[in-house]
Design a protein around this ligand. Structure first.
Ligand code: PHE
Length: 454
């Protein structure tokens, strides 16, 4: 496809909602609350906010610059901006990371569908905490049901991708993102009105700095990265569909604010409800699939209809949020195959979906019948999570910061960020300073810490 024919998002709102759709996902609603719970609450959130602002925003703008200036998929983008150099590997690594994350992320995304159906069939009624633990364990270890949901989830993603950038990604984001916001606000209202909700609110809003150690700081940094979809060229690919008029700085700010607000609202749903029924906030990754159904039942024991509506809405919300994220990962790989191997978009999408189903099945089975097959003592699911989130994303982000801060011609950076001089960009010097010095040092720290080297 030549440059002129390349697809574009049709509107400013479409750009923001699609990018925010990528960022907002299981990372906000599932991972953020349990990380916050594990790291002691408000102090973690404060540090998280700093990380989003100081590191997340500049790196997001960098991905936007790389994507829009090159108008290419993330692998080709580096060929365009830095021909015949080794920078192309940053792009390849991003495409590979997209494929690998999509494969195991879809497993968890598939679980949300099981819970939507379960909630819809009123399957949570009259159950106690033990039942929820057993139900989740037997479901996630089952060889068939999670696989079925995984396939279905990837087919839903496939369907939207095949529809294309404007009619698929943009249109679906314009419907799903507002829906998501409405559901979230209703749920926050419900959760805050529960008796004893204040304790949850206090946990979220009153920082206890005695709990802050280097682990908390680095945990917050990693969460910011995952949640904003940074480090693998996802937002870079979306930016290749931005128009010349898109204000990159403002778009990054809107996406960052939306992503952060939704994470905090997810905390406002989960913690007041958990405290209200005396459940500990540090239950870990099972917080959403084991603890929450129980929370809904106990919190609304006098009003089963509310328990029904509350749980059904919550899992629909989770599925919708996951879908707008899986679309963005799928697009990274589809755009790459379509443009580099000159195959049709549909065929490219088919290859990605098929490949992810294949790998996803192994990831899903590795939580049940295949759990004894391990490498580095990790099953496939955990291995994929470790290699992508803990190695590829931090490394990608680090290299993107260095690429924009040190390698890329500052005239190109200025031209993109100011739309050819039309916008005033007062933060330009600060932006470059952060990319050159602060981001590389800070990200190296997360990276080294996550690998257990310090
Ligand atoms: N940001 C997404 C979430 O919070 C996850 C994601 C990571 C999406 C990397 C795309 C790329 O769930």
């Amino acid at each position: 496809m030549s440059k002129g024919e390349r697809a574009n998002f049709g509107s400013k709102l479409g750009v923001i909602l699609a990018s925010a759709g990528s960022a907002v996902g299981l990372g906000n609603i599932w991972r953020f609350p349990y990380e916050t719970g594990n790291h002691g609450g408000a102090a973690f959130i404060l540090i998280y906010l700093l990380c989003v602002l100081i590191l997340g925003m500049p790196i997001m703008i960098s991905e936007f610059i790389i994507g829009r200036h090159s108008r290419a998929n993330t692998a080709r983008a580096y060929e365009v901006l830095a021909p015949k150099t080794q920078w192309k590997w940053v792009g390849f690594m991003g495409v590979l990371a997209g494929f690998l994350i999509l494969s195991y992320y879809s497993v968890v995304a598939g679980w949300t569908l099981e819970y939507v159906i379960e909630a819809g069939a009123d399957g949570f009624a009259k159950k106690g905490p033990e039942d929820f633990i057993n139900a989740f364990q037997s479901f996630s270890q089952d060889p068939f049901r999670p696989v079925l949901w995984l396939v279905l989830f990837l087919l839903m993603t496939h369907f939207i991708i095949v529809k294309g950038v404007k009619n698929g990604i943009e249109k679906s984001s314009k419907i799903m993102m507002p829906l998501l916001l409405v559901i979230i606000f209703v749920l926050v209202g419900c959760s805050l009105s529960l008796p004893g909700a204040e304790k949850g609110l206090e946990f979220l809003l009153k920082p206890d700095f005695s709990k802050v150690d280097s682990n908390v700081f680095l945990g917050a940094l990693g969460q910011a990265f995952f949640s904003l979809s940074l480090g693998m060229g996802c937002l870079c690919t979306y930016a290749s569909y931005f128009s010349k008029e898109t204000n990159l700085g403002k778009t990054a700010l809107s996406v960052g604010v939306l992503d952060t607000v939704i994470a905090i609202l997810a905390g406002l749903i989960i913690f007041p409800a958990a405290f209200s029924v005396g459940i500990k906030p540090d239950a870990g990754p099972s917080l959403i699939f084991i603890t929450l159904p129980n929370v809904f039942q106990q919190a609304f024991s006098g009003a089963p209809v509310l328990a029904y509506i509350f749980s059904l809405m919550f899992y629909i919300l989770l599925a919708v949020a996951a879908l707008t994220s899986t679309i963005s990962m799928h697009e990274v790989v589809t755009a790459y195959l379509h443009e580099e191997f000159k195959i049709s978009r549909n065929k490219a999408a088919g290859l990605v979906t098929g490949g992810c189903i294949f790998l996803g099945i192994f990831a899903s089975l590795s939580l049940g019948i295949a759990k004894d097959y391990t490498a580095f003592s990790l099953g496939i699911f955990d291995l994929l999570d470790f290699v992508t989130a803990k190695i590829m994303l931090p490394l990608g982000g680090l290299l993107i910061a260095i690429f924009t801060g040190w390698y890329l011609d500052k005239k190109v950076v200025w031209e993109e960020i100011s739309n050819g001089g039309k916008l005033k960009v007062r933060y330009f010097k600060l932006f470059i300073f952060i990319l050159k010095y602060i981001a590389p040092v800070a990200i190296s720290l997360i990276f080294v810490n996550e690998l257990g080297l310090i």
